[in-house]
Design a protein around this ligand. Sequence first.
Ligand SMILES: [Ca+2]
Ligand SMILES: [Ca+2]
Length: 242
Amino acid sequence: MKKFRHRLLDSRSVTEKIQIFTRLLLTIVMISCSMLANFATTNAAVIMLQSQNDSVYPVSATDLLHGIAPTSKSQIFDREGLNSDTSGISLTNGSFGPLGLTGVNPEVSIINNGGLLVYDLPFSTDIFEIATYTGWRDSGRSKQDFTVSVSTDSGLSWNLLYNVASVPGGMSQEVRLIDSVGAPLAVNINAIKFEFPNTQNGYVGYREIDVFGSPAVPEPSMMVIGTLFGLGGLMAKRRMKK
Ligand SMILES: [Ca+2]
Ligand SMILES: [Ca+2]
């Protein structure tokens, strides 16, 4: 089959070869446009799922942020002499910690109004889910309110992904962000930012931030460019052989 194709191409004039090549390029561009259109419409809607409880939530110790400290943070400090975690590392340690509050609370990060957390991801990632958890002694500081933004250029620019405004509930709360059709929430992401401009009653006890995803796959446009380069190289090689 390969030899037949080569003979077919060899038997044609340069003009015919150019016409064949042009038709091939047009076909590839049309297919890529179709793929891009599908790509653009797949992650149409971010859905927020939430639940309130008076219990410990299971959190992930294998998500993308596990063990990662924030590259930037602000307004995370102790309140009420609770001896909470002020480094932010408790948010990515794979543990919810005990229900409620005790004399010492290293599993609680108290995020105050104007709070900020920025994380660099270990590799360019297609993000499929973000889950966040709070826990307090009552329902007075467990309500989750924040914005999450994502970046493809290590934080030089940001795109708002979702504005979380949950409802108040029990001592603990879970918020999950997923896509309505199971597509990635965002692709090719290498940094993620959480901002807390207005928290419930001024500060809230956060327990964990889980981000789930997989290494980014090349976008269709990049695949097309790669294919065009490949075809161009092939044609050039064939001309040189003549
Ligand atoms: Ca985690
Ligand atoms: Ca934790």
